[in-house]
Design a protein around this ligand. Structure first.
Ligand SMILES: O=C(O)C(=O)C[C@]1(C(=O)O)C=C[C@@H](O)C=C1
Length: 274
């Protein structure tokens, strides 16, 4: 059997790595990148069979640039995954919280731990590539005085000690990830959720009409987000997630929207995992 190449942002112990292992198992080739752009590119150019990409977090909100990447690289959403996220503050063994002058982590992780650091104003915060990469560097460079925010798995892999447990602002914290693919293959499942982009005609009341149509056709709106159209200042598209019972009704509603309200792009039809 062909070994799948899975593109992620991050190193072993990162949250993306955990999702990749859970969804695809150990028998895969993980292609690790420092940022999201080459992750999207590697799926688009065929180097990776799939990508795992975080899209939103229950505390910190949407990762806007990733919507733009899926759009620009014409990627298809095949699945979603909700990972519970617990952040641990960690450092070299023997260090105490008082020794820590600086903490580095992924910007989304720092946002999720804002309340903890508001209580520790002397600690300087710095954005870095990903949670586990900092843990790895502290360990390999033997950095004293610097802490990482990462998972318990990262602390184990890189031999760091946890100084403060579960420091995310809300204990129940989730990040939603997309599993992305290049081709729009025919579906071997019946989807009940879709992510779409609608660029509406600039007419009065058109958004209200769109929402009414969706509601009348039993398309439950689970998320709506306006995103700027970059080539047309002050115009916006709407990224919408919708959950439905009848796939045929979903498809005919999309045709209706396309014919009457504006342009529709379907990013993916998949099974809701919430
Ligand atoms: O830094 C990591 O470990 C990641 O996998 C990135 C990431 C993100 O992009 O949001 C994933 C989950 C958490 O929300 C924090 C960081």
């Amino acid at each position: 059997m062909k070994i799948l190449n899975i593109a992620i942002q991050g190193v072993p112990g990162s949250f993306h790595h955990q999702v990749a292992l859970t969804k695809f198992g150990e028998e895969t080739e993980i292609l690790s990148f420092n940022t999201f752009e080459p992750v999207a590119k590697s799926v688009a150019n065929g180097d990776a069979d799939f990508a795992v990409m975080a899209i939103e977090n229950s505390i910190a909100g949407a990762i806007f640039p990733n919507y733009e990447l899926l759009d620009r690289y014409e990627l298809t959403i095949r699945d979603e995954y909700y990972l519970p996220i617990a952040h641990q503050l960690m450092a070299l063994p023997g260090q105490t919280l008082r020794d820590i002058k600086e903490v580095r982590s992924h910007p989304m992780a720092l946002l999720q731990c804002k309340a903890f650091f508001a209580e520790h104003p002397d600690i300087e915060l710095k954005e870095d590539i990903d949670t586990a990469a900092v843990a790895k560097q502290i360990s390999s460079e033997n950095w004293e005085g610097i802490g990482a925010i990462a998972s318990t798995i990262a602390a184990d892999i890189y031999g760091l000690e946890i100084l403060a447990k579960d420091i995310q602002t809300v204990k129940s914290n989730f990040t939603r990830f997309f599993i992305l693919q290049k081709q729009k293959e025919s579906l071997d499942y019946v989807p009940n959720k879709a992510s779409i982009k609608v660029t509406l005609k600039n007419e009065k009341g058109v958004l209200a009409k769109l929402l009414t149509l969706m509601s009348e056709n039993n398309l439950d709106l689970s998320k709506i987000q306006s995103v700027p159209v970059i080539h047309k200042p002050w115009e916006y598209s709407f990224f919408i997630d919708t959950v439905f019972e009848n796939h045929e009704v979903f498809k005919s509603t999309m045709e209706d929207i396309q014919n009457n309200f504006g342009e529709v792009k379907i990013f993916g039809e998949y099974i809701s995992r919430k």
